[in-house]
Design a protein around this ligand. Sequence first.
Ligand SMILES: O=C(O)CCC(=O)C(=O)O
Length: 287
Amino acid sequence: MAGLERVTPEASVDEVVEILERDGGVIVEDFVDAGTLDALWTDLGPALDAQGYGEDWYNGTKTRRVSSVFGRTDKLTPVVTQPHYLGAARAIMQKPIPMYIGKNRVEMTPTIQISGTQLIQIHPGQGKQPLHRDDALHLRTHPGPTSRVQLMLAMSEFTAANGGTLVIPGSHHWDDERAPSTDEAFPTSMPAGSGLIWLGGVYHSGGKNTSDKPRTGLTIALDLGNLRQEENQYLALSREAVLKYPEEVRRLLGYDRCPPGLGWVEMDDPYKLLADPGDDVGERLAS
Ligand SMILES: O=C(O)CCC(=O)C(=O)O
């Protein structure tokens, strides 16, 4: 295999799902339009410029990382709801789970949620990050059902020379004893505005930047709604920041109930409480 397949914006969600299930990753060309990309740079660029390099070998000592991304811009709706990304994530992860409640056989479909978000700017001189699986965060075993579908939006061009994400196609099918090797990894090349989508069980890493310019990516992870969020969105984002987004995104940010019953507040849908800024459970309980 010569690296990941790429699809154009005309590809169907089914096509993207098929490629993801087979190869574990896919590149979607023209994932966002130029206007969206410019707006993201305007809102997020200054935070990156103000950020120092990381301090450890894993996050990179020539790499700048900025998190709480949904709190820094209100322009991420077209990114997280991009049909190939959100559609594929829903199709892959929101599979009905059968169960009995008494003698009734019912099926429960889990929600999905935004987990970790980061801007990752790899500067010249940064070495390759160790290959890893992001669903290791949830101690998943492999091969197994997918619990994460992740996006890397190219905010600048990604090349083999500037640290374009290294991906081992098909590695989500491997068991937990097989170690990843750099020889099997392919660098992601894509112009700014394209997106790499990959499954949580796929070995990948940031690449080595031997060029003379930084490479900037924006990553968003969508996880199953019954797992703990990697980034604590409830504390990372103010209520005001969340309310700038439409209902679908607010629910994705975690203000939702995952069937059969995770995440409720006062036995009710947390979304309702969020959407009514006058309602405060603390005050209600005190009165
Ligand atoms: O920056 C990249 O291309 C990937 C980074 C990554 O996989 C990570 O930091 O966990």
